[in-house]
Ligand binder design. Structure first.
Ligand SMILES: Nc1nc2c(c(=O)[nH]1)N[C@@H](CN(C=O)c1ccc(C(=O)N[C@@H](CCC(=O)O)C(=O)O)cc1)CN2
Length: 294
């Protein structure tokens, strides 16, 4: 069994980004700049936002941090996005998800200028992805492709079964895998799928993204399948300093001897999310700088 580690791939992406960022700064005299908006006090979101800031600093990107209270109104949030849309020194804007109850996620995402939507969640980018036009692609599925390429995993003609139909992972993942050049045959399963076990059992590539700890068990895995575990679940563990440990949607220990390759949790796909965000932010800065010189 081959372990597909995100760290190895992410290190290579960062190395490449460092060079491209230096060239960008030398050419334009300013750095790609990312604005991150966090609403509320969700500990996991706070930790992801911190990691995004760290990544920006490590690459020499500009970084703007906006931490808003849990009871922030939609109007206040929309005004902030509007201000950042109009700010020519900001190239990427993201609103950390999930948002607290009462805020309309779709409306907020739609309010972001699609040219600065480095999360790839805006309907314009999602639509472009579906019809195969250049666009910003959601960071986690984009990271999965980067990992497949890094480890030379062929998807052409393979049956990829995605478990999970979220807008962030499941749906864009399917769109990416059926594109010309990727050429996978894709099935999406979800909580209402009948015969889920039988369907997953036919998969050459399993992409587990439903957010259920250890859901994929050995009886669901075909011998030699490739397993991409997108789940990051915090499970209580009083023996750990943090009081929890991270587990994926796949029962790693039970399936590792059946599959031919697998991503671990932590240290697998999750790590790629921020690397792809940095890639998208540089792409946004390049495109916006190009528009300015037109
Ligand atoms: N606006 C967005 N919100 C959310 C996104 C997103 O792409 N944009 N994705 C997730 C959270 N996320 C980034 O925001 C993210 C998830 C996981 C990781 C990561 O590095 N995971 C590590 C473990 C880290 C830990 O110790 O907790 C791993 O899997 O090894 C980075 C970013 C939902 N929201």
């Amino acid at each position: 069994m081959q372990l597909l580690t995100g760290k190895e791939v992410s290190d290579a992406v960062f190395e490449d980004l460092e060079k491209q960022t230096s060239q960008f700064i030398a050419k334009h005299g300013f750095a790609p700049t990312l604005a991150v908006i966090l609403v509320g006090n969700d500990p996991a979101s706070q930790s992801y936002v911190k990691s995004k800031k760290k990544a920006c600093i490590s690459l020499g990107f500009g970084h703007r941090d906006y931490e808003l209270a849990e009871d922030t109104t939609q109007e206040v949030l929309l005004d902030l996005v509007k201000e950042l849309n109009a700010d020519a020194t900001v190239h990427g804007i993201l609103v950390q998800l999930p948002l607290p109850k009462g805020l309309d996620e779709n409306l907020i995402i739609e309010s972001i200028d699609s040219k600065k939507d480095v999360d790839g969640f805006h309907p314009i980018n999602v639509g472009k992805l579906l019809i195969g036009l250049p666009c910003f692609v959601s960071c986690t599925p984009k990271g999965v492709l980067e990992m497949l390429d890094f480890y030379h995993i062929e998807t052409k003609g393979k049956h990829a079964v995605i478990i999970g139909r979220s807008n962030i992972v499941g749906k864009p993942m399917a769109a990416l895998l059926i594109q010309k050049g990727r050429d996978a045959t894709v099935t999406i399963c979800h909580s209402k799928t009948e015969n889920l076990k039988e369907i997953v059992n036919t998969a050459d590539i399993i992409i587990a993204a439903m957010g259920k700890p250890l859901f994929i068990t050995p009886d669901m895995v075909k011998k030699g399948a490739i397993i991409i575990d997108v789940g990051i679940n915090r499970v209580e563990d009083p023996t750990r300093k943090r009081g929890y440990r991270l587990v994926g949607d796949v029962d790693f220990e039970q399936v590792k001897d059946i599959c031919s390759a697998i991503t671990p949790v932590p240290g697998g796909v999750g790590v790629m999310t921020i690397a792809m965000l940095m890639k998208n932010t540089l792409q946004a800065a390049i495109q916006l700088a190009h528009e300015d010189t037109k």
